[in-house]
Design a protein around this ligand. Structure first.
Ligand code: SF4
Length: 376
């Protein structure tokens, strides 16, 4: 490491080089520094120790099966009452048909939805998951968030161990990272009091890992959280990973203000976004991947994030997929990016594009389900 303009980063650079876990104070210095050159350089070195020159993406189908929800999170622009205009509740047949609408050349289906009292039940999901696995055996199921699993467990009066055993047996490969928001109880009381609490969010992921289900973790930033709460959130995840390994990616989610109660918070800035990516890469030494999700951050910020510690851009969507959570909140990203565009953006950033599935197995560029069947 050469010249470091911000003296607060000098001891951190030493720790990063020696592989010493960073403290809360280190995290705060990273989030607040103006020395982006040093920050990016440290984060890039940490990224390259994990994944070398690779940057990952997945061939994905993305579905929001229902937006009916009564949890009332203040940052949410997606939820509707069941009789409200814009309410969408897809029957199981429609979810499967939607996934297949543009063929079967994908290896992950990503589905999340609201706490819908009619749809979010094992009677709906277990048969649908088995049908997915029977119809698309090459596809991994990345379903639910811990908030949805908590809802399911309470609804069916099952323990987390029991519900995750049942979901795993029906084909669940990965739990999505949502519902984490910010782990501080102050924040949750204020912003999302009806959602799973921090201790249970973490416990669901830990139980899932022990049941053979992988997961990701998110952090919603840019509302009323403090910098201290962001860093405490990352440290809680780091400790959870030590206790029960199984998280693959950490995904920072920039708040989007349109159409929700936290509209006054406004948009995050490009510099805040970049600092969060780099800080996450440096704080979460035991997470293999930091994901810059193009749907949320936009392709341009994501490409820059690859120079600040991110090594994943999420993935393609089907050309008829319709993401509703961030599009209801004002994202300017489109609905669809193809394989060629991912490769172009990653290569231009100086990295090697690698296709993956939910659990980060790698796939060649000429992969198709037919080619996979022929080589089996
Ligand atoms: S964020 Fe999720 S749980 Fe909260 S209101 Fe929106 S859909 Fe419901």
């Amino acid at each position: 490491m050469t010249f470091i303009a911000d003296p607060a980063l000098r001891p951190i650079a030493h720790k990063v080089d020696e592989g010493i876990p960073l403290s809360k104070e280190d995290g705060l210095a990273l989030l607040r520094t103006q020395d982006l050159h040093t920050l990016g350089s440290m984060a890039q070195r940490a990224k390259e120790r994990k994944s070398g020159r690779k940057v990952f993406y997945v061939l994905n189908r993305y579905i929001n099966s229902t937006n009916v929800c009564y949890a009332g999170c203040k940052f949410c622009s997606f939820a509707r009452g069941e009789k409200e205009a814009g309410a969408v509740r897809m029957p199981a047949d429609e979810v499967l048909a939607k996934a297949l609408e543009t063929g079967s050349n994908f290896n992950q289906v990503h589905i999340v939805g609201g706490h819908d009292p009619r749809q979010l039940s094992l009677d709906y999901w277990l048969p649908l998951m088995r049908r997915f696995k029977a119809t698309l055996p090459h596809v991994q199921l990345s379903l639910f968030t811990a908030a949805e699993i908590d809802y399911l467990a309470r609804r069916h009066r099952l323990s987390y161990e029991e519900i995750l055993r049942d979901l795993r047996a029906a084909g669940l490969d990965n739990i999505n990272g949502g519902g984490a928001e910010i782990f501080s109880e102050r924040f949750r009381k204020l912003v999302c009091p009806n959602k799973v609490d921090t201790a249970n969010w973490l416990r669901i992921h830990e139980v899932a890992h022990r049941a053979g289900v992988a997961s990701n973790a998110t952090m919603l930033y840019g509302t009323v959280e403090t910098h201290e709460e962001r860093i405490e959130h990352m440290i809680a995840l780091r400790e959870s990973q030590d206790c029960s390994p199984g998280y693959n990616a950490f995904i920072p989610l920039a708040f989007h203000p349109d159409g929700n109660e936290l509209n006054d918070c406004g948009w995050t800035t490009g510099l805040d976004d970049i600092r969060v990516f780099a800080t996450a890469r440096l704080m979460l030494h035991n997470f293999d991947h930091i994901k810059a999700y193009w749907m949320i951050q936009g392709l341009k910020v994501c490409q820059v994030a690859l120079q600040f510690g991110a090594d994943d851009m999420d993935g393609t969507h089907g050309s008829t997929d319709e993401e509703r959570i961030y599009h209801s909140a004002g994202t300017q990203s489109g609905q669809y990016v193809d394989d060629r565009e991912f490769r172009r953006l990653i290569e231009e950033a100086g990295y090697v594009p690698v296709r993956r599935n939910s659990t980060y197995e790698e796939f060649p560029f000429d992969w198709t389900p037919a080619a996979e069947a022929a080589s089996a």
